[in-house]
Design a protein around this ligand. Structure first.
Ligand SMILES: C[S@@+](CC[C@H](N)C(=O)[O-])C[C@H]1O[C@@H](n2cnc3c(N)ncnc32)[C@H](O)[C@@H]1O
Length: 197
């Protein structure tokens, strides 16, 4: 099996890493939700060696993530655990950081709700959650490329679509997380940072 490859990950990992380096500076154990190909885990574990990076995803993505982990072994990069956010089988461990990229617009809304609730429960006090991806503000997608992307997502699967920032922030607040930062990122993406208070 060839390793799965995401050009988007290759494009965005360095700029995301710059933010994580700052906001995860005093963190140790990160749970990544929806690791996808596994590229982000490999890159962040290598470039942020003070972090233990726990990859996770639904079972169908594990073979690909394992290939990336096997080809780039690192003591702080941990093979994926099975985590469908809608299931009851969340890890029992607690983390002081969580990360998820390009998941909220792919999951059905009830899964986005479950992701925030689950992360809120598994984060320790002071823990930080970073969510990366495109967002809508007050119902508006400013970038034409995001308008097209949103349309395309909904044509592929009706439950998909770029989420409203304020609705995500409400889920975060319901989960005990307080907004810390909303970072503009290249290619009309955002990186939102919440902290469990
Ligand atoms: C577009 S991919 C993003 C993957 C990777 N984070 C990235 O940035 O390339 C969306 C990811 O969300 C995951 N996902 C979708 N529904 C999920 C669910 N219910 N629980 C956990 N992960 C889910 C998919 O398996 C996939 O890995």
């Amino acid at each position: 099996m060839d390793k799965p490859f995401s050009q988007a990950c290759a494009n965005n990992q360095a700029v995301i890493c710059e933010v994580l380096e700052r906001v995860f500076v005093d963190k140790k154990n990160v749970l990544e939700v929806g690791s996808g190909t596994g590229q982000h885990g490999v890159f962040f574990a290598k470039n942020l060696p003070h972090l233990n990076w726990q990859t996770s995803d639904r079972a169908q993505n594990h073979a690909g993530i394992k290939r990336w982990v096997q080809d780039h072994p690192a003591v702080n990069l941990i093979a994926p655990i099975a985590l469908d956010v809608l299931s009851d089988h969340w890890p029992t461990a607690h983390y002081d950081a969580a990360f998820s990229a390009n998941t909220a617009h792919i999951m059905p809304w009830e899964a986005v709700v479950a992701m925030f609730a689950g992360i809120g429960e598994r984060l320790l006090l002071g823990g930080v959650f970073c969510l990366y991806g495109p967002m809508k503000y007050m119902g508006v997608l400013e970038a034409p490329s995001n308008v097209q992307f949103d349309h395309w997502l909904q044509q592929q699967v009706p439950h998909q679509g770029i989420r409203e920032f304020h609705e995500l922030n409400q889920l975060a607040m319901d989960a005990g997380l307080t907004l810390q930062e909303d970072n503009a990122m290249p290619a009309n993406n955002r990186l939102i940072v919440w902290q469990k208070m």
